[in-house]
Design a protein around this ligand. Structure first.
Ligand code: ADP
Length: 614
């Protein structure tokens, strides 16, 4: 052999600092080094593709653009080889001996300025190639540049003070990194461990990755393709494989955007909801990628919690590869990304619901709780989400549903509020005396029958600027209606109201004659800020000592025969009238689901029956 070509180099001071940090401070998530090196290999081949378009004299132009990874358990080595652009002597010195890119520089600067823990900052910058020294005692980079007359070189370092560069022979174009693993990192020389890492972090890298000769990454990064290039079967296969789903996707959203940030995204709504089948709360399942390289398979900070049923991929080249979980939390970029995506997802549901209401209805039956949760918790999307809610109403057939926009489009002239009633079922709601006044005026009333609906309506408050008003509440202004039939006159009505208030005392806040009733003698109205029967039941279930005095306002129907008779009886048979007064209130409370203790009721009933029979 001719004389040695070995040259000794020292690292730039900053690189030494960086290596020191990498080796001594970054002990968690060591495994990410592989993702970094595969990503570099992929970049190098991507660059070669660009060069191919303009250059003719590329060394070994027919080499396959593949990443070959080999493990040698016995020797404790891991090798990552590519046929990318490789590096010349000058490039080796510049790229792997000085701070080659601004990210590393910024990282060091931040560590210096903050004096803080690099662990928290590493995420924002990433250390790329140098992460190899987290797991390796020595790293050798064998490389041959694409330039026709470039030398074959090997760069070697223990990651401490410097590196050697020596000429070598027998290399193909590209780079081959040989990592001699540290004693406690020899797991990365086992095939199964490395296979798992590739599948986890690099499954969608755009070049084939072969591990010990076997192809690992099978799946194409469909989200980067054009919609027109992807078939339904491919989407479904991707959904089931990449999102580890076993059902059919119900809906999908494939979109890309350039502003305010670059996004390529492929999302699916499943057709089955495991939470509903008794499984525990789902984990987020929309993975975050940066240029096909996985950043986090289940980022909690990306999308609002209610969207946890969605599956798929969000890829943004604007997100630094090495962003960490800690930094994601307060990253404005991640928030912006999540904001754009959740809006698109909601819009997608809105469009799909319009295009095929039947299908959406079936979907909604299984996934309604997520949308309701969203209305209650996701301020930014509240109104948009409210459009996705579905319910029956006094104007829908039993079993058919509508949404708030339908309701609003049907509102009567001069109607300012959206009326609703919460109850256990359509039947129960329809039997309620509260509906009478609204039905007779042709005002639509939304029926809420899910235990959480009340809470949802409370958080929503308004839709499209219209207040949501429970028909159980006092103070609802309804326009006058002409009524046929006999009625108490004003004086008689006032006298009866006084009599009732007198007898009922503290049990009612007020007694008045109302415009609401058609068929029932009386109705009990609750204050708008009071607890509903559903809430009351829930509170009681949670706390057995729970006591909340029910104070209702009693509204009487001056046209009802029973009420008219009572007006007479209060003077002619005061004893019976007093019993009837108490019983009327109890009946109203029963109808309202508010009667807590029926002992008095039964006793009074018995007295009334005795009197009736003389
Ligand atoms: P980054 O990849 O973020 O620029 P790295 O520290 O990982 O930073 O790498 C520094 C530089 O070394 C890269 O920008 C690239 O020019 C060069 N490099 C790294 N790996 C390879 C490779 N496999 N083939 C060719 N060049 C490489």
């Amino acid at each position: 052999m001719s004389e040695s070509t070995l040259e000794k180099h020292v690292f730039q001071a900053e690189i030494q600092q960086l290596l020191d940090l990498v080796v001594h401070s970054l002990y968690t998530d060591k495994e990410i080094f592989l993702r970094e090196l595969i990503s570099n290999a992929s970049d190098a081949m991507e660059k070669l593709r660009h060069i191919e378009a303009t250059e003719k004299n590329i060394h070994q132009p027919t080499l396959p653009l593949e990443i070959h990874i080999t493990t040698d358990e016995e020797a404790g080595t891991l090798t990552i080889a590519d046929h990318g652009i490789g590096m010349s002597h000058e490039e080796l010195v510049k790229n792997l001996g000085t701070i080659a890119h601004s990210g590393t520089k910024a990282f060091l600067k931040a560590v210096k300025e903050n004096g803080g823990s690099p662990q928290n900052m590493i995420g924002q910058f990433g250390v790329g190639f140098y992460s190899a020294f987290m797991v390796a005692d020595t790293v050798a980079v064998h490389t041959r540049s694409w330039h026709a007359d470039s030398p074959e070189l090997v760069w070697t370092s223990d990651g401490k003070s410097g590196y050697d560069i020596e000429e070598t022979q027998g290399l193909e174009r590209g780079s081959k990194l040989v990592l001699t693993l540290k004693e406690d990192c020899r797991e990365f020389a086992t095939e199964s461990r490395v296979k798992h890492l590739i599948e986890t972090y690099s499954n969608f890298v755009g070049f084939p990755i072969l591990l010990n000769g076997k192809r690992i990454n099978e799946v194409e990064a469909l989200w980067l393709k054009n919609k027109s290039e992807v078939s339904d079967e491919e989407y479904k296969a991707f959904y089931q494989f990449a999102c580890k789903a076993w059902d059919e996707p119900a809906y999908r959203l494939h979109f890309s955007a350039d502003a305010p940030i670059t996004i390529n995204s492929l999302l699916f709504a499943p057709s089955e909801n495991p939470e509903r089948m008794g499984f525990s709360k789902a984990e987020p399942a929309v993975a975050l990628y940066s240029r096909k390289v996985l950043i986090d398979p289940a980022p909690k900070e990306l999308l609002p919690d209610w969207m946890r049923f969605m599956k798929g991929v969000v890829d943004s080249a604007d997100i630094p590869l090495n962003i960490s979980r800690e930094t994601m939390q307060d990253s404005a970029l991640i928030r912006k990304l999540g904001g754009v995506i959740s809006k698109r997802v909601i819009k997608m549901f809105e469009k799909e619901a319009e295009a095929d209401p039947e299908k959406y209805r079936g979907f909604y039956k299984k996934f309604d709780r997520f949308f309701k949760e969203g209305v209650a918790t996701d301020h930014a999307n509240r109104e948009a989400l409210a459009k996705l809610l579905r319910f029956e109403s006094s104007l829908t057939e039993a079993g058919a549903v509508c949404g708030f926009p339908d309701y609003v489009s049907r509102m009567k002239d001069g109607q300012e509020s959206i009326y609703y009633l919460v109850g256990a079922s359509r039947e129960q709601i329809e039997a309620s005396p509260y509906l009478e006044a609204f039905k007779s005026r042709g005002l639509e009333v939304v029926y809420f029958t899910d235990a959480v609906d009340e809470y949802v309506v409370d958080s929503l408050g308004t839709f499209d600027g219209k207040k949501l008003v429970s028909v159980r509440h006092g103070g609802v202004e309804l326009e006058d209606q002409e009524r046929d039939g006999e009625s108490l006159d004003e004086a008689q009505t006032t006298a009866l109201c006084d009599f009732l208030k007198n007898h009922l005392g503290d049990r009612v806040t007020a007694v008045s004659s109302g415009k609401r009733l058609v068929d029932s003698p009386v109705i009990a109205l609750v204050p708008a800020d009071g607890l509903s029967p559903q809430m009351r039941q829930m509170m009681k279930a949670m706390d057995e000592n729970f006591k909340d005095e029910v104070k209702v306002e009693l509204e009487i129907n001056p046209r009802h025969p029973l009420v008219r008779k009572l007006a007479e009886a209060k003077d002619s048979k005061p004893e019976v009238a007093a019993l009837v007064a108490g019983q009327l209130l109890d009946n109203a409370l029963i109808a309202a689901g508010l009667l807590e203790d029926a002992r008095d009721t039964v006793h009074r009933m018995n007295q009334l029956m005795e009197k009736a029979m003389g």
